[in-house]
Design a protein around this ligand. Structure first.
Ligand code: FES
Length: 102
């Protein structure tokens, strides 16, 4: 049964930035897009690039290794060469802390 896990204070992740967090042994990339928070798997489905190190442009992140583009709000692939989407997680804010549902 998925549950929400507290990962960061909201103030620790500024607009336009990303952070790698670990929840239950999973590496998750957390993004702040214009004050809204989104969480997807950190590992690119192409060759394992670290999406939290990618460049964020609006709601799209570009993998730092070979340039695949993912939508951080859905995990869907928006540009090659990634062959499959990444998992997307629900995020909520409770008492100024970011929580991710895993
Ligand atoms: S590892 Fe992400 S595009 Fe190749």
């Amino acid at each position: 049964m998925p549950e929400f896990h507290k990962v960061l204070q909201a103030s620790e992740l500024e607009v336009g930035n990303s952070k790698l967090v670990q929840v239950d042994g999973r590496k998750i990339a957390l993004f702040n897009v214009a004050g809204s928070y989104y969480a997807i798997d950190d590992t690119c489905t192409h060759r394992g690039g670290t999406l939290s190190d990618g460049s964020l442009d609006g709601t799209q992140v570009t993998c730092p290794l070979h340039g695949a583009i993912f939508d951080v709000t859905t995990g869907q692939v928006k540009g090659p060469p990634a062959p499959a989407p990444v998992a997307k997680y629900n995020v909520r804010i409770v008492d100024a802390h970011i929580e991710i549902e895993v």
